[in-house]
Design a protein around this ligand. Structure first.
Ligand code: MN
Length: 205
């Protein structure tokens, strides 16, 4: 089973002006596609791995042979992370969550404004490349974590991500250059809270 890049569920320019069309084209068609191509290359001679879903792979990295460990971790992580990233954004996004997710954000993270500030701070504090996340932790409470590279919170059991913001420069450099803070602030205008709520519901079972 060869992995493939899921189609972007909206137009490349749908997230303007917060995320520009050219960034979306390069990010989805080149960066994500490269993670998928390199994942396929890494598992081509490893039938056990080739039969696994990307989500299964990143939760079972101990099973990956040493020679493939870095390639599989980075590229399966990149595939999973970007697949989620496209889904939790969308045109007409932003605003506030409702229902059980809103209640959990209030109870566990001190409300939406505090949560946004903490997610952004974790993203700003991530030296180099990585991601900032809201996860459902093993205690079923929301928590904020940041990871390096293409690591995902599922890799070390930190929790199940319901939201993640890519803070690699490739995600924002064309529009924002070095100003990661501006990108993070603007990002909340493209969030698809319905998708995030669905992920929350699935994560808490
Ligand atoms: Mn990226």
């Amino acid at each position: 089973m060869a992995h493939s890049v899921p189609p972007l569920p909206y137009d490349y320019n749908a997230l303007e002006p917060h995320i520009d069309e050219q960034t979306m084209r390069i990010h989805h068609d080149k960066h994500h596609a490269t993670y998928v191509a390199n994942l396929n290359k890494a598992v081509v001679d490893a039938p056990d791995l080739a039969a696994m879903t990307p989500l299964d792979i990143i939760q079972n990295l101990d099973a990956v042979p040493e020679a493939l460990a870095n390639a599989v971790r980075n590229n399966a992580g990149g595939h999973v992370n970007h697949t989620m990233f496209w889904e939790i954004m969308g045109p007409g996004g932003g605003g506030e969550p409702t229902g059980p997710l809103a209640d959990a954000i209030a109870a566990d993270l001190g409300g939406l404004t505090a949560a946004q500030e903490a997610v952004n701070a974790a993203g700003l504090g991530r030296f180099g490349s990585g991601w900032t996340w809201i996860v459902v932790g093993p205690d079923a409470k929301l928590a904020i974590v940041a990871t390096p590279n293409q690591d995902n919170p599922l890799m070390d059991g930190a929790g199940t991500p319901i939201l993640g913001i890519d803070v690699w420069e490739h995600a924002y450099y064309l529009k924002h250059q070095n100003k990661r803070a501006d990108y993070l602030t603007g990002w909340w205008n493209v969030i698809n809270w319905t998708a995030v709520s669905d992920r929350y519901t699935a994560a808490i079972g």
